[in-house]
Write a protein that binds this ligand. Sequence first.
Ligand code: FRU
Length: 489
Amino acid sequence: MKTNALGKYRPYLHFAPQKNWMNDPNGLIFFEGEYHLFYQYHPNSSVWGPMHWGHAVSKDLIDWEELDIALYPDEHGMIFSGSAVVDWENTTGFFPNVPGLVAIFTYHLNGEAEEEITQTQGIAYSNDRGRTWVKYEGNPVIASESKVDFRDPKVFWNKEAKNWMMVLATGQTISFYSSPNLIDWKFESEFGEGIGLHTGVWECPDLFQLQVTDMNEKKWVLLVSVGDNPEFETGSQTQYFVGEFDGRTFKPDHDTIHLLDFGKDNYAGVSFSDIPQIDGRRIYLGWMSNWRYANEVPTNGWRSQMTLPRELSLQKIGREYYVNQLPVKEIESYFSIDSAIDSEVSYENGTRTYPVGNPFVDCSINIERVNAQQFEVTVNHSKDESTKIAIDYNTSVVRLVRKDSGVIDFSSNFIDDQLVKVGNINELNLRIIIDSSSIELFINEGQYALTSLVYPDHACESISFSSIDGSVVLRDGYIAKPSEDHLNE
Ligand code: FRU
């Protein structure tokens, strides 16, 4: 087995910076054959500090090459989160010859006194595929109004209205702005008061349209991350709304709370801009951490990693619409099937263990309950370390238990179980992607996602399946190991 030369806990399949601190993904965009991942970055320390935009590029969304820092703080402040677009029609006037990239981001300025914080929106442009950037001389392009929290612009071209739209987090609401040229912005509307989850400040919004699976219908999805608040157990998490957007205002179809992920470790995620129409996917990735303990996780010299990029889709169940997510198909070439998990196997109060011993794993099983009260998948990281995924048939809850998963004592909150209540628990598909320090669980083809960090000595020595008080049948499952190409890289 290849040893991870880059240091303990460093992921193989997930992006992590070589050194120092990272948080939110920023400026996700596809341009001229490359995916760009910019990110909140502190180049001088492995804890949060003055924010820059770090930069990496990839041809396949999995294998990333880290490049030089893209944006540095200046007299207007640190560079907080934001987005990027291709200005195809030269609406800005920055690209008289060929189209280029524009980054739209928040400037965060600390005044003399601690309470004197100003957040404004700035732009910068690049003529060389994102390698170097020129800040617009008229920055900031949107000055903060009365709100202190005024950040994380996500911009897209609205085809119908033929203008740019910005969604901006403004305290515990989302504000919508429009512009003909990315420079002059007009306030359109504000959404969020009295609806959704308000346990913390709203951050990192995204707005996009998705086709409803198997239906002749499209809906708008508004993602909103909700910041950590010590008064609540959950830490930071992400919610979404599904509804209509008429180019000026957003109206949700529901007043229920929808969480994007039931694990603790998926925050501030947004989607890629300018994915070619012929591809047509809505690809998303999040920061795989939680503000509750992000600065304390036990990595050395580097901190934080992103989730796997995921393809989003929308499913109508009953009268409501739900976002589904699955890892992008590009990860398939990183795996080859190792063990097929036999169909028609039942476990009468038994445990069956499959040896693995690989640095990263993709496992999928279909579980049909016969009469078991519980079923457990145990990821045995090493002799003494394991993470359990437990299905409780009486409560319809799937629970990820990481209390024995390795190092957990850096935060009192890390030990808590993570759980999701699922519909139709008697027939489940679990897809489990294990990397050096994470487990991403996708239930029923991505209907529910649960993303969780773990800090074991090894990724996975073996996987066990146990049924408790009765039996289940496993069908068409597999455990996939790294493909030869990727194991020997
Ligand atoms: C979300 C966030 C953003 C902000 C950035 C600062 O994690 O708090 O709202 O722009 O991080 O690094």
